[in-house]
Design a protein around this ligand. Structure first.
Ligand code: NAD
Length: 284
């Protein structure tokens, strides 16, 4: 029975995942290497809960009780007694491989360890542990509190029991799971990120302005936002990391990342989270 949950990484996704679990009465340990990120995460969670209360999605009283369910920490050992642990650190394979080995030695035996990775091999992460049957991908969508989908990714070694436990866990959060096999990018990012990369190419090659690319895709294909504003929302570093996983995983030149995307990440233009990407977020 999963009651206590560990979340490793308190960035955009980590804070959303903490919000979802805490709101559904799970006891949450939220870990990050940076105290500043934890402070920021708690502030964002509070703001988002208030927004939900204002829209009558939740009752006002749930704000305080939800926040009470979250224990922030910079000590990774605090996840030792969780019944389920999910990793939401940056999309960097070397970092995640190291973290999985570490988490395996810390998190109590028998608990499932999941990754929120957008594209990295679950099977490879599982191989870092002595519990490869208990490692799985649980890929939440951004923003977590509002997006219904959770992609569940079964590595080659993931057991049937782990898979069914995670399906139930996703449903207990009010989410709707879709199953993917463990190949680069899974379902959503295999399709979404190359589209974003192509939109960046269209701008890079001077086909159209940023605004017109977004307008064309939003109004022409009935998407809630255009691909460049979406790239800023996801984070350009994450988009580049996923594109590189596709490029290296399939060894197919059609997945090469646009040089402009690479340049923007080198410049620290990461989108919304850094204040600048294809659009400027410092003015508002
Ligand atoms: P982010 O950059 O907003 O947050 C990453 C957090 O991890 C930061 O708070 C950072 O301080 C922390 N961190 C760095 N090193 C760490 C370590 N060793 N241990 C623990 N925490 C560490 O990134 P994000 O957008 O939240 O993405 C996190 C994961 O979720 C990635 O794997 C990404 O691919 C995936 N994801 C992202 C999105 C999206 O739209 N951004 C959607 C779905 C999945």
């Amino acid at each position: 029975m999963i009651k206590k949950v560990g979340i490793v990484g308190a960035g955009q996704m980590g804070n959303g995942i903490a919000h979802a679990f805490a709101l559904h009465d799970y006891s949450v340990v939220l870990y990050d290497i940076a105290q500043t990120q934890l402070n920021k995460a708690l502030k964002i969670i509070e703001e988002n809960l208030k927004r939900q209360a204002k829209k009558n999605v939740i009752e006002e009283s749930r704000i305080e009780s939800t926040l009470k369910n979250i224990k922030p920490t910079t000590n990774l050992n605090d996840v030792s007694d969780v019944d389920f642990c999910i990793e939401a650190s940056p999309e960097n394979e070397a970092l995640k491989l190291e973290l999985f080995a570490k988490l395996d030695s810390i998190v109590k035996e028998g608990s499932i360890i999941a990754s929120n990775t957008s594209s990295i091999s679950i099977t490879k992460l599982a191989f870092q542990t002595k519990r490869p049957d208990k490692v799985i991908g649980m890929h939440f969508m951004n923003p977590v509190p509002v997006m219904e989908l959770v992609e569940v990714i079964r590595g080659i070694t993931t057991s049937e029991e782990t898979y069914s436990t995670i399906l139930e866990l996703a449903k207990s959060l009010g989410k709707n799971p879709a199953l993917s096999k463990d190949y680069p990018g899974f379902i959503v990012n295999r399709i979404l990120i190359p589209m974003i990369n192509e939109a960046i190419y269209a701008y890079y090659e001077g086909i159209a302005s940023i605004e017109d690319i977004d307008k064309a895709m939003k109004l022409g294909t009935n998407q809630p936002m255009g691909p460049l504003v979406l790239a800023d929302f996801i984070g350009l570093d994450t988009c580049l990391a996923v594109q590189n996983v596709l490029y290296e995983g399939f060894k197919d030149s059609k997945y090469r990342p646009c040089p402009l995307l690479v340049k923007m990440v080198e410049a620290g233009y990461l989108g919304r989270k850094s204040g600048r990407g294809f659009y400027d977020y410092t003015k508002k």
